[in-house]
Design a protein around this ligand. Structure first.
Ligand code: 13P
Length: 253
């Protein structure tokens, strides 16, 4: 059985003090039981201090973005090797906010995915459709395009050390959530797409749901056969809210 991954994407929120409080609240409240891993992805300036806070816990550390370049004259960018040095085991690539606001292309996302893996970091590859795309029945085409860019560049076997997050853009930060069935349909589609190239591997890949996941809707979403956790924005900013989702994962396992 696949382990659940409950990942907090703090986005550009918080302060040094808020980050300390949040992480100590999570460390102190990890639910009993197994079958799940917790991950926090703070903003870059807090990675070093959070790394120390989580070092003696089972909580993993991740970053929210990475450069596709190894090193050099790229002002403002952060190399995967630097994240690795800080203790990051994961990095989010291709979040819809990066695609939509910062113009990241699927090819660039694939290059970031490859750079992360080259440094020994597990990329969390985000895919998802906008409301217009869903209403035009283009959801699967959009997901396929985003997935295929990485499959073409890195190969299916690379998914042995990657995580996928399905984040319907219309459900991010809006309070609207995909129903468990809507999410399951897309997660299944993603797994089948991978299985066309490597069935055994497809069965092991964690596919997270992201889009207004909270303590209340987590049990329904996590009960679906192809939903292996969550990538959580708003509800990852308060320890109790985040831990409620962790508790749902512990109960669902
Ligand atoms: P919300 O949980 O705030 O909808 O954000 C989801 C998300 O974008 C996580 O990466």
């Amino acid at each position: 059985m696949r382990e659940f991954l409950i990942a907090g994407n703090w986005k550009m929120n918080g302060s040094s003090a808020a980050s300390d409080t949040l992480v100590s609240g999570i460390v102190d409240g990890i639910p009993e039981g197994g079958g799940f891993r917790l991950l926090v992805c703070p903003p870059f300036p807090y990675l070093a201090s959070v790394a120390i806070q989580v070092s003696s816990s089972a909580i993993s550390l991740g970053a929210q973005n990475v450069s596709e370049h190894k090193a050099g004259a790229f002002t403002g960018e952060t190399a995967a090797s630097m994240l690795k040095e800080l203790g990051c085991g994961y990095v989010i690539v291709g979040h819809s906010e990066r695609r939509a606001i910062f113009g990241e292309t699927s090819e660039q996302v694939a290059a970031k995915y490859i750079a992360a893996q080259a440094a020994g970091i597990v990329p969390i590859l985000c895919v998802g459709e906008t409301l217009e795309e869903r209403e035009a029945s283009a959801t699967e085409d959009i997901i396929d395009g985003q997935l295929d860019a990485v499959l073409d560049a890195a190969g299916v076997d690379s998914f042995a050390s990657a995580v996928i997050a399905y984040e319907p853009v219309w459900a991010i930060g809006t309070g609207m959530t995909a129903t468990p069935e809507q999410a399951q349909d897309v997660h299944r589609h993603i797994r089948v797409r991978l299985a066309e190239q490597n069935a055994e591997l497809a069965d092991t890949v964690q596919i997270l749901y992201g889009g207004s996941m909270k303590g209340e809707n987590a049990p329904g979403l996590l009960s679906m056969p192809d939903i292996d956790g969550g990538l959580i924005g708003g509800a990852s900013l308060k320890a109790d809210d985040f831990l409620a989702i962790a508790a749902a994962a512990a109960a669902a396992h």
